[in-house]
Design a protein around this ligand. Sequence first.
Ligand SMILES: CC(C)(COP(=O)(O)OP(=O)(O)OC[C@H]1O[C@@H](n2cnc3c(N)ncnc32)[C@H](O)[C@@H]1OP(=O)(O)O)[C@@H](O)C(=O)NCCC(=O)NCCS
Length: 208
Amino acid sequence: MPRPLLSDGVVHLEPPTEADVDDITRACQDPAIARWVPIPQPYGPAEARAFLENVVVPGWESGRELTWAVRDGARALLGMVGLHRIEQGTAEIGYWLAPWGRGRGVMTRAAALVVDHALDPAGLDLVRVSWRAMVGNWPSRRVAWRVGFRVEGTIRAELAHRDGARRDAWVGTICRGDPRGPNEPWPGTPADGDVPADAGAHVERAAP
Ligand SMILES: CC(C)(COP(=O)(O)OP(=O)(O)OC[C@H]1O[C@@H](n2cnc3c(N)ncnc32)[C@H](O)[C@@H]1OP(=O)(O)O)[C@@H](O)C(=O)NCCC(=O)NCCS
Protein backbone atom coordinates (compact mmCIF):
# COMPACT_ATOMS: atom_id res chain seq x y z
CA MET A 1 0.00 0.00 0.00
CA PRO A 2 1.47 3.43 -0.88
CA ARG A 3 2.30 5.50 2.22
CA PRO A 4 1.28 9.04 1.34
CA LEU A 5 2.85 11.89 3.26
CA LEU A 6 0.14 14.43 3.99
CA SER A 7 0.84 18.06 4.79
CA ASP A 8 -0.87 21.43 4.85
CA GLY A 9 2.45 23.23 5.33
CA VAL A 10 1.99 23.42 9.11
CA VAL A 11 1.46 19.81 10.17
CA HIS A 12 3.14 16.89 8.46
CA LEU A 13 1.80 13.33 8.55
CA GLU A 14 3.93 10.27 7.87
CA PRO A 15 3.98 6.71 9.20
CA PRO A 16 5.68 6.52 12.62
CA THR A 17 8.96 4.62 12.90
CA GLU A 18 11.22 3.04 15.48
CA ALA A 19 12.81 6.48 15.97
CA ASP A 20 9.51 7.62 17.54
CA VAL A 21 9.47 5.02 20.33
CA ASP A 22 10.72 7.37 23.05
CA ASP A 23 8.32 10.18 22.15
CA ILE A 24 5.35 7.80 21.85
CA THR A 25 6.24 6.38 25.26
CA ARG A 26 6.54 9.86 26.80
CA ALA A 27 3.23 10.98 25.28
CA CYS A 28 1.39 7.89 26.48
CA GLN A 29 2.20 8.69 30.13
CA ASP A 30 -0.46 11.40 29.81
CA PRO A 31 -3.58 10.72 31.91
CA ALA A 32 -5.94 12.20 29.30
CA ILE A 33 -4.78 9.71 26.67
CA ALA A 34 -5.09 6.85 29.13
CA ARG A 35 -8.56 8.04 30.13
CA TRP A 36 -10.04 8.20 26.65
CA VAL A 37 -8.00 5.71 24.61
CA PRO A 38 -7.62 2.05 25.66
CA ILE A 39 -3.82 2.05 25.49
CA PRO A 40 -2.03 -0.50 27.70
CA GLN A 41 -1.23 0.54 31.26
CA PRO A 42 1.51 0.88 32.27
CA TYR A 43 2.92 2.08 28.95
CA GLY A 44 6.64 1.72 28.27
CA PRO A 45 8.94 1.43 25.24
CA ALA A 46 7.92 -2.22 24.79
CA GLU A 47 4.29 -1.13 24.35
CA ALA A 48 5.32 1.54 21.83
CA ARG A 49 7.34 -1.02 19.87
CA ALA A 50 4.43 -3.47 19.96
CA PHE A 51 2.17 -0.72 18.59
CA LEU A 52 4.58 -0.19 15.68
CA GLU A 53 5.06 -3.89 15.01
CA ASN A 54 1.52 -5.15 15.55
CA VAL A 55 -0.61 -2.23 14.40
CA VAL A 56 1.31 0.26 12.27
CA VAL A 57 3.40 -2.02 10.03
CA PRO A 58 0.77 -4.70 9.28
CA GLY A 59 -1.88 -2.00 8.95
CA TRP A 60 0.02 -0.27 6.16
CA GLU A 61 0.90 -3.61 4.55
CA SER A 62 -2.71 -4.77 4.43
CA GLY A 63 -4.21 -1.34 3.85
CA ARG A 64 -6.83 -2.02 6.52
CA GLU A 65 -5.45 0.32 9.17
CA LEU A 66 -3.40 3.42 8.32
CA THR A 67 -1.50 5.28 11.05
CA TRP A 68 0.32 8.57 10.64
CA ALA A 69 2.60 10.36 13.08
CA VAL A 70 1.62 14.01 13.39
CA ARG A 71 4.73 16.20 13.19
CA ASP A 72 5.53 19.88 13.34
CA GLY A 73 7.77 21.81 10.92
CA ALA A 74 10.89 20.45 12.63
CA ARG A 75 9.38 16.95 12.29
CA ALA A 76 9.04 16.54 16.06
CA LEU A 77 6.34 14.06 17.06
CA LEU A 78 3.15 15.74 18.31
CA GLY A 79 0.69 12.86 18.16
CA MET A 80 -0.93 10.15 16.12
CA VAL A 81 -3.90 9.99 13.75
CA GLY A 82 -5.23 6.91 12.05
CA LEU A 83 -7.92 5.34 9.95
CA HIS A 84 -9.20 2.08 11.37
CA ARG A 85 -11.67 -0.51 10.18
CA ILE A 86 -11.16 0.41 6.53
CA GLU A 87 -13.69 -1.69 4.67
CA GLN A 88 -16.35 -1.41 2.01
CA GLY A 89 -15.93 2.31 1.42
CA THR A 90 -15.84 3.34 5.06
CA ALA A 91 -13.31 3.89 7.83
CA GLU A 92 -13.14 5.28 11.34
CA ILE A 93 -10.78 8.03 12.43
CA GLY A 94 -8.88 7.96 15.72
CA TYR A 95 -6.36 10.39 17.20
CA TRP A 96 -4.37 11.61 20.14
CA LEU A 97 -1.93 14.43 20.76
CA ALA A 98 0.89 14.54 23.26
CA PRO A 99 0.34 17.22 25.89
CA TRP A 100 3.01 19.34 24.16
CA GLY A 101 1.02 19.27 20.90
CA ARG A 102 -2.31 20.47 22.23
CA GLY A 103 -4.11 23.76 22.34
CA ARG A 104 -3.11 25.15 18.94
CA GLY A 105 -5.36 23.43 16.43
CA VAL A 106 -2.88 20.76 15.37
CA MET A 107 -5.34 17.87 15.44
CA THR A 108 -8.01 19.81 13.57
CA ARG A 109 -5.47 20.25 10.77
CA ALA A 110 -4.27 16.64 10.94
CA ALA A 111 -7.77 15.13 11.02
CA ALA A 112 -8.85 17.36 8.12
CA LEU A 113 -5.89 16.13 6.06
CA VAL A 114 -6.78 12.51 6.81
CA VAL A 115 -10.47 13.01 6.03
CA ASP A 116 -9.59 14.73 2.75
CA HIS A 117 -7.27 11.88 1.80
CA ALA A 118 -9.87 9.27 2.80
CA LEU A 119 -12.72 10.78 0.79
CA ASP A 120 -10.68 12.00 -2.19
CA PRO A 121 -11.30 9.87 -5.30
CA ALA A 122 -7.55 10.19 -5.95
CA GLY A 123 -6.84 9.10 -2.36
CA LEU A 124 -8.64 6.22 -0.67
CA ASP A 125 -11.91 7.05 -2.43
CA LEU A 126 -14.05 6.19 0.60
CA VAL A 127 -17.70 7.18 0.94
CA ARG A 128 -17.76 7.86 4.67
CA VAL A 129 -15.46 8.41 7.63
CA SER A 130 -16.90 7.92 11.09
CA TRP A 131 -15.76 9.19 14.49
CA ARG A 132 -16.54 7.68 17.88
CA ALA A 133 -15.56 8.99 21.28
CA MET A 134 -16.51 8.07 24.80
CA VAL A 135 -19.30 10.31 26.04
CA GLY A 136 -17.77 13.30 27.82
CA ASN A 137 -14.68 13.60 25.61
CA TRP A 138 -15.38 17.19 24.63
CA PRO A 139 -11.86 17.93 23.29
CA SER A 140 -12.21 15.06 20.81
CA ARG A 141 -15.71 16.19 19.89
CA ARG A 142 -14.47 19.73 19.31
CA VAL A 143 -11.90 18.48 16.80
CA ALA A 144 -14.56 16.39 15.01
CA TRP A 145 -16.97 19.37 15.01
CA ARG A 146 -14.32 21.69 13.56
CA VAL A 147 -13.47 19.22 10.79
CA GLY A 148 -17.11 18.81 9.79
CA PHE A 149 -18.30 15.55 11.32
CA ARG A 150 -22.02 15.48 12.06
CA VAL A 151 -22.66 14.04 15.48
CA GLU A 152 -25.58 11.72 14.94
CA GLY A 153 -26.18 10.33 18.38
CA THR A 154 -25.07 8.25 21.30
CA ILE A 155 -24.68 4.50 21.19
CA ARG A 156 -24.88 2.71 24.50
CA ALA A 157 -22.09 0.36 25.55
CA GLU A 158 -20.35 1.00 22.22
CA LEU A 159 -16.67 1.22 23.17
CA ALA A 160 -14.61 -1.23 25.19
CA HIS A 161 -12.19 0.29 27.67
CA ARG A 162 -9.23 -1.48 29.18
CA ASP A 163 -11.02 -1.83 32.52
CA GLY A 164 -13.42 -4.30 30.91
CA ALA A 165 -16.35 -1.89 31.06
CA ARG A 166 -18.25 -0.85 27.96
CA ARG A 167 -18.61 2.89 27.47
CA ASP A 168 -21.38 4.83 25.81
CA ALA A 169 -20.08 6.66 22.74
CA TRP A 170 -20.92 9.66 20.68
CA VAL A 171 -20.84 8.83 16.99
CA GLY A 172 -20.47 11.15 14.04
CA THR A 173 -19.85 10.88 10.33
CA ILE A 174 -18.59 12.87 7.39
CA CYS A 175 -19.43 11.75 3.87
CA ARG A 176 -17.97 12.51 0.49
CA GLY A 177 -19.36 15.84 -0.70
CA ASP A 178 -20.21 17.10 2.78
CA PRO A 179 -19.09 20.67 3.48
CA ARG A 180 -16.06 20.97 5.75
CA GLY A 181 -16.15 22.93 8.96
CA PRO A 182 -18.78 23.09 11.71
CA ASN A 183 -22.26 22.14 10.53
CA GLU A 184 -24.12 23.16 13.67
CA PRO A 185 -23.57 25.61 16.50
CA TRP A 186 -21.24 24.19 19.12
CA PRO A 187 -23.58 22.26 21.42
CA GLY A 188 -22.14 23.86 24.53
CA THR A 189 -19.81 22.17 26.89
CA PRO A 190 -20.00 21.82 30.60
CA ALA A 191 -17.15 23.31 32.59
CA ASP A 192 -14.32 20.92 33.39
CA GLY A 193 -15.70 20.11 36.81
CA ASP A 194 -19.09 19.16 35.36
CA VAL A 195 -17.72 16.23 33.40
CA PRO A 196 -17.77 13.29 35.78
CA ALA A 197 -14.72 11.05 35.73
CA ASP A 198 -16.92 8.11 34.75
CA ALA A 199 -18.87 9.99 32.07
CA GLY A 200 -20.26 7.49 29.64
CA ALA A 201 -19.44 4.48 31.77
CA HIS A 202 -21.80 1.64 31.17
CA VAL A 203 -22.73 -0.47 34.14
CA GLU A 204 -22.48 -3.91 32.64
CA ARG A 205 -19.04 -5.40 32.46
CA ALA A 206 -17.79 -7.75 29.82
CA ALA A 207 -17.46 -11.34 30.88
CA PRO A 208 -13.91 -11.99 32.10
C1 LIG B 1 -8.55 15.23 21.46
C2 LIG B 1 -7.25 16.02 21.36
C3 LIG B 1 -6.40 15.43 20.22
C4 LIG B 1 -7.59 17.46 21.01
O1 LIG B 1 -6.43 18.21 21.03
P1 LIG B 1 -6.48 19.79 20.69
O2 LIG B 1 -7.28 19.98 19.47
O3 LIG B 1 -5.11 20.33 20.72
O4 LIG B 1 -7.33 20.42 21.76
P2 LIG B 1 -7.28 20.56 23.33
O5 LIG B 1 -7.01 19.25 23.97
O6 LIG B 1 -6.38 21.69 23.66
O7 LIG B 1 -8.82 20.98 23.60
C5 LIG B 1 -9.78 21.01 22.54
C6 LIG B 1 -10.92 21.94 22.88
O8 LIG B 1 -11.74 21.33 23.86
C7 LIG B 1 -11.92 22.24 24.94
N1 LIG B 1 -12.00 21.45 26.16
C8 LIG B 1 -10.99 20.84 26.81
N2 LIG B 1 -11.47 20.21 27.90
C9 LIG B 1 -12.81 20.44 27.92
C10 LIG B 1 -13.86 20.06 28.81
N3 LIG B 1 -13.65 19.29 29.84
N4 LIG B 1 -15.10 20.49 28.52
C11 LIG B 1 -15.31 21.25 27.46
N5 LIG B 1 -14.39 21.64 26.58
C12 LIG B 1 -13.13 21.23 26.82
C13 LIG B 1 -10.73 23.16 24.92
O9 LIG B 1 -11.07 24.40 25.49
C14 LIG B 1 -10.46 23.27 23.44
O10 LIG B 1 -11.28 24.25 22.84
P3 LIG B 1 -10.65 25.29 21.81
O11 LIG B 1 -10.00 24.43 20.74
O12 LIG B 1 -11.81 26.06 21.31
O13 LIG B 1 -9.67 26.09 22.57
C15 LIG B 1 -6.44 15.97 22.67
O14 LIG B 1 -7.20 16.62 23.66
C16 LIG B 1 -6.07 14.58 23.12
O15 LIG B 1 -5.12 14.01 22.65
N6 LIG B 1 -6.82 14.02 24.09
C17 LIG B 1 -6.51 12.72 24.68
C18 LIG B 1 -6.71 11.57 23.69
C19 LIG B 1 -8.13 11.57 23.13
O16 LIG B 1 -9.08 11.87 23.81
N7 LIG B 1 -8.23 11.19 21.84
C20 LIG B 1 -9.51 11.09 21.17
C21 LIG B 1 -10.16 9.78 21.45
S1 LIG B 1 -11.73 9.67 20.59
